[in-house]
Design a protein around this ligand. Sequence first.
Ligand code: PLP
Length: 389
Amino acid sequence: MISFLDLKKINDSFEPDLTSAIYRVMSSGWYLLGNEVNTFEQQYGAFIGSKYCITVANGLDALRLIFRSYIEMKVMDVGDEIIVPANTFIASILAVTENHLKPVFVEPDVDTYNIDVSLIEKHITARTKGILVVHLYGRACWSEELDNLARKYDLRIIEDNAQAAGASVNIDDQGTIKMHRTGSLGNAAGHSFYPGKNLGAIGDGGAVTTDDENLACVLRSMANYGASKKYIHEYQGLNSRLDEIQAAILKVKLPRLDTDNQMRRKIARFYYDNITNPEIYLPGNRSPGSTDENSKSYIIEALDNVWHLFVIRNSNRDKLQAYLHDNGVQTLIHYPVPPHKQKAYSEFNQRVFPVTEQLHREVLSLPISPVLSDSEVEFVAEVINKYKG
Ligand SMILES: Cc1ncc(COP(=O)(O)O)c(C=O)c1O
């Protein structure tokens, strides 16, 4: 069976450096808020291109701490509205509702799977305070239109970069085209180092990046029991910290992130060139088996996609998944039920988002990890091409 994501193989490929990093921390006798975390925050902040990086316990905490800090700073208030994509992992929405902010769901673009920016403006009201953009499946969600909207209505853009570590977009900066990483595009960003992410720890981990000094200060205290000085508490905070071992692990893995993401692009290219089954929609293709070379190259090679997931679509997804499983290919579904249809959000269950619901019925994620061998990737394409629905 070709496994969807062989974490052991991924981590073995960093040995012996991971083991020595763990040993270094263990033998130092210092396990929290130490040099490993300090250095990793500097390195990751520099990598993303943000002035401040605050590590936290996980990606959900990163996002919820951003909103909590904005409320503390009076930039947002309980009951304010945040525009969110209807098509996302539930953590994005939990960060909003946990802070008693109101998520305003907007449908995705079926080609990019990301929020359809052209639909945002009509959802903006006097209570709208922010837009949560999710770079879903590793593809950057950014455009001039989005940036202009935020300026026009004085909205904060919060990026959910959990799935897109290392992605970048080119932005015209007064005549000079500059590369900007996702996580440095909006006002603040949440990052996840969950083991299966493109930059994964060996446990939970997360970070916030921002250029906003005030937000960075409030958030750092908020994540540390609300204290910037030991035992002196300005806020009713929480304990959300990345530990020294995870920081040491991430320091080993960060330098290879761009190379690993390039491997993912290579596999995506192979799938695009070799999956020819007309029943399968490849990401970004309006019709199955589309041969539009220009748009294909753009979708695959663009640095704005780090291919955290390679998500195909099929109208009989469950049958396709069972077939792939029976023929030796493990796949996963991201995600089977959209947030507004979850029991946890019964207040939204009656809402109808046809594009989101269609995606959740049809999507299937193929293996795309950087440690897949050429023959494994070839096998996946061959098996899919033999499928008849
Ligand atoms: C889009 C998205 N947002 C937020 C999160 C939350 O990250 P974590 O699992 O580190 O809490 C995840 C990860 O699972 C995610 O995929």
